[in-house]
Design a protein around this ligand. Structure first.
Ligand SMILES: [Zn+2]
Length: 327
């Protein structure tokens, strides 16, 4: 059981970075440390890294004990069993029983969630999802993920993978996605896809003075948004096209779930001020005759930190979870 205003240790394990934070149930973050993910060395090394980072975060604020632990993981997780099922971007994580390990080490009840689902939970507790029973959270980053609440309840699906909005196909016979399908939203509008589309088009469009100055392998979504702000023609085209793809993906979600609010988070939403107006316009156009009111808003600036911290509180009344041993 989590004490009121107790301290919560949160881990965010991503394909590139891992963070450990100390927060409380008011959604305040008191400490944060960040390291590159030790990839290719397997789960034992990763576990060790989490032990060290958790301890360091606790030491930063002089804590000897925490009241709960939340872990968000970039991958498919079995939330009931406290196990990572698979993580496409971190090798060697198949059936990684992370919760019993972390729970045993720090002696505090521990909950695991997928990172985008965790972000949806954080928005429900502290952000634009408060007092909103139907909303979807979409993360626009290297990949595209999501999570949603319907009728006030988190929808996890039969296998915990509901809300994989990135793998809705929006272009039949489009580019091949990491999942094997063709034309997924992720294969067209993610950070990775933006970079790929620039590389495919840059020789055809000689009008990219800005992007031509960067080595082609270093062009990423941020570089594209920055170049567009400086009036770069190719970048503007790429961003407009991205807004269109996202609008198609979002309108599909609206047709399926009828949410009141769509919350957008992830690195791409922090790039420049152009995407949101462009996206709102593209969504209005895409709705065509079927007008549906939906608000498009930005996620909490620290939603990734709060994702892990919000978990023990969100799941605190779940039956059958013991304080040690995992289940
Ligand atoms: Zn896909």
């Amino acid at each position: 059981m989590i004490n009121a205003h107790g301290h919560i240790l949160g881990f965010d394990v991503g394909g590139t970075k891992i963070s450990a934070v100390i927060g409380n149930d008011r959604g305040e973050i008191r400490a944060k440390i960040e390291r590159l993910t030790v990839k290719h060395l397997g789960r034992d090394r990763l576990t060790q890294q989490l032990y060290e980072m958790g301890q360091e975060a606790m030491d930063t604020v002089g804590l000897r004990h925490v009241d709960g632990i939340g872990i968000v993981f970039a991958g498919i997780v079995d939330n009931d069993r406290g196990m990572v099922v698979n993580a496409p971007n971190i090798p060697g994580m198949r059936k990684y029983e992370i919760v019993p390990l972390i729970q045993g080490r720090f002696d505090a009840p521990t909950v695991l969630e997928n990172d985008a689902t965790g972000a949806a939970i954080a928005e429900r507790m502290y952000g634009s999802g408060r007092n909103v029973n139907d909303f979807a959270y979409i993360t626009l980053s290297t990949g595209i993920g999501g999570g949603f609440f319907s009728g006030g309840r988190l929808v996890r699906g039969a296998h915990g993978i509901a809300g994989e909005f990135g793998h809705n196909v929006i272009m039949v016979n489009g580019p091949t996605c990491g999942c094997g399908r063709q034309g997924c939203l992720e294969s067209l509008a993610s950070g990775k896809a933006i970079a790929r589309r620039v590389k495919e088009n840059i020789s055809a469009f000689r009008d990219s003075g800005e992007l031509s100055r960067i080595p082609i392998q270093k062009v990423d979504a941020k570089a594209v948004f920055d170049a567009m702000e400086k009036g770069d023609g190719l970048s503007r085209l790429i961003v407009e096209e991205t807004a269109y793809y996202l609008a198609v993906g979002i309108v599909n979600i609206v047709c399926t779930l009828d949410p009141e609010v769509i919350i957008l988070g992830g690195g791409i939403t922090k790039s420049g001020n152009y995407l949101f107006p462009q996206l709102r316009k593209a969504i209005r156009d895409e709705f065509k005759s079927m007008k549906r009111p939906v608000r498009i808003v930005k996620a909490l600036p620290n939603v990734t930190d709060l994702a892990a911290v919000s978990l023990p509180l969100f799941y605190k009344d779940r039956p059958g979870r013991k304080s040690t041993g995992g289940k």
